[in-house]
Ligand binder design. Sequence first.
Ligand SMILES: [Mn+2]
Length: 318
Amino acid sequence: MEKTIYKKIKEFKKIIIARHIGADPDALGSSIGLREIIKETFPKKEVYAIGTTSSKFKYMGNVDKIKEEDFYDALLIVLDTPDLKRIDGIKDISKYKYVIKIDHHPAIDEFGDISWVDDTESSVCQMIIELVYSTRLKINKYAAERLFMGLVSDTNRFLFYYTTKKTMSLVSKLINDTGIDFTNLYDDLYARPLSEIRLQGYMYQNLIVTENGLGYLKITDEIIKKFEVDPASSGNLVNNFNNINEVLVWVTFSEDTKQNQIRVNARSRGPVINKVLERYNGGGHKFASGARLKDFEMMKDLVKDLDELCKEYKKNNK
Ligand SMILES: [Mn+2]
């Protein structure tokens, strides 16, 4: 697989790298990292990492702007994106000459002339590191830093279950080969505004926990305004609710008045939740999923379904 991908990269003069909307460090790190790797290996190629980004992730590097129609003869590489509708900046992948998909989410849409999808991989950044070490691609320090940050972010500092022996040995090799100053990178990754810390305090105080072990919390627009945060903030904090004795699955419902929807972020340390979230216009990983609801009305049903799931899980795992 990696060899075929390398061959295609070698073959094309123009390469576009895309990833999902609402980019996170894994999406940004893998796309920007891969761009730098290709440029390092093939300095004459035109390579672009596209999609919108936020000021919050400025430290991950710059993204490129392109006019899509000028690149239909290019190789398109789509990273970290299981479904077509969530590719940032690409309207119709069928217009491109050749498409490669590289992803670690459970597949939703099958696409790409080549598709390397493996949900046992911790992150797409990990897959890019593998790609480098199994082909003649060259890596530099800047690319290595991007990949390291994306991997650390997606594994929640090597805490998540899909952190494997392979993850550790690839990271170790990466550090050895490129000499990145990895502890320094944490300053960028984990610095947070006080407003978000205060919101986290509110969330800890107000989490409702059922007897079956479901923790849930509604975050209205009023609360978002009061804490001077944005509708995505609570979702960014949801990983900090791991390791609570009484909580098996936890979920936040955050009102987004601009998009006129409720953002749902769910995590689990046991029950498989993505199948439930799929029924609510969402999905994701087994233990980390999200969804979008039209309004708070549907929250009750989802809470009930997840609570039921916790109950089942407890019964079967006594
Ligand atoms: Mn990812």
